[in-house]
Design a protein around this ligand. Structure first.
Ligand code: ASP
Length: 299
């Protein structure tokens, strides 16, 4: 059983293998397109999603598998009738060969994996982690910079509740000489548990409070939205770190601007035409990385 729960479980070589496989599939799918034949993947989503659910489902279909899905499990599944997540999982694993789960509790994926007889893939667990997002983020960075060592990365926005940030930082910590600049309001700073994790792995983490604290020579700028659904006090009207063309001027020409999407106001629309804006390409990479992951899972 190969559950995918947290980025803790990956090593450098896992990423290298996955990226190679993903590139090979992108180059020529013919060899892989029956990789999931006769497999049924269940997508169980208790929180809203566009990219993650649809890219997982597209990935399954492109590899010849089938999907069963509840896109609004909070209101549309037996949860409404008081069923626990564990019981729901015990039922669904009887119908499917893998279970892709998004849930508002940060321990949900782990709990599901404890009772599931088929692999559980964490597709976002509360303010905890979002490992498959981090894999596609690392893949996107690797495609542009050709390396993941020695990078200087600015992450910004909601570092406290932003699960994509938590997972991304854990993967960056696998690489050498990475420096991360974390730009956020004080109350949305990176939780101490992640700071400790990075410190133990010799990743240099520098907290920043405004754009001027960031060095000009960054390789990656990774913005996130304020997770208002998790922090009801964090009104978006107080968004301070808006990236527009003027802010982009300070960054080098070979830097890339990323965002897990959905974006709110933190990246101005005018920036979309800047060749460094990679967020839509990033979301497309998500489908390919998930194809690679699913293929590996059933190999
Ligand atoms: N789509 C990402 C997630 O599910 C980012 C976000 O929602 O802000 O975590």
């Amino acid at each position: 059983l190969k559950h995918i729960i947290s980025c803790d479980q990956f090593k450098r070589e896992d990423l290298e293998n996955l990226f190679q496989l993903t590139d090979a599939m992108r180059g020529d799918l013919s060899h892989y397109k029956t990789g999931l034949a006769d497999r049924i993947v269940a997508t169980l989503f208790y929180e809203p999603s566009t990219r993650t659910r649809l890219s997982f489902e597209a990935a399954v279909l492109r590899l010849g598998g089938e999907i069963i899905s509840t896109e609004n499990a909070k209101e549309m599944s037996s949860t409404v009738k008081g069923e626990s997540l564990e019981d729901t999982v015990r039922v669904i694993h009887g119908y499917s060969d893998a279970l892709v789960l998004r849930h508002p509790d940060r321990n949900a994926a782990e709990e599901a994996a404890q009772v599931s007889e088929v692999p559980v893939i964490n597709a976002g667990s509360g303010s905890g982690e979002h490992p498959t997002q981090a894999l596609l983020d690392m893949y996107t960075i690797f495609k542009h910079h050709g390396t993941l060592d020695g990078l200087s990365v600015a992450v910004m926005g909601d570092l406290f509740y932003g699960r994509t940030i938590h997972s991304l930082l854990k993967l960056l910590a696998l690489y050498r000489k990475v420096t991360v600049f974390g730009l956020s309001r004080e109350e949305l700073s990176l939780p101490d548990e992640y700071k400790r994790y990075l410190e133990e792995r010799n990743l240099q983490y520098v907290s920043c409070r405004n754009f001027d604290d960031l060095p000009r020579e960054v390789d990656v700028i990774y913005h996130t939205r304020t997770q208002t659904e998790r922090n009801l006090n964090a009104g978006m009207e107080v968004e301070e770190f808006i990236i527009d063309d003027f802010v982009m001027d300070r960054f080098p020409q070979n830097a890339i601007l990323m965002h897990p999407l959905p974006r709110n106001r933190e990246i101005a629309r005018e920036v979309d035409s800047d060749p460094r804006a990679k967020y839509f390409e990033q979301s497309r990479n998500g489908m390919y990385i998930r194809m690679g992951l699913l293929y590996q899972l059933f190999r």
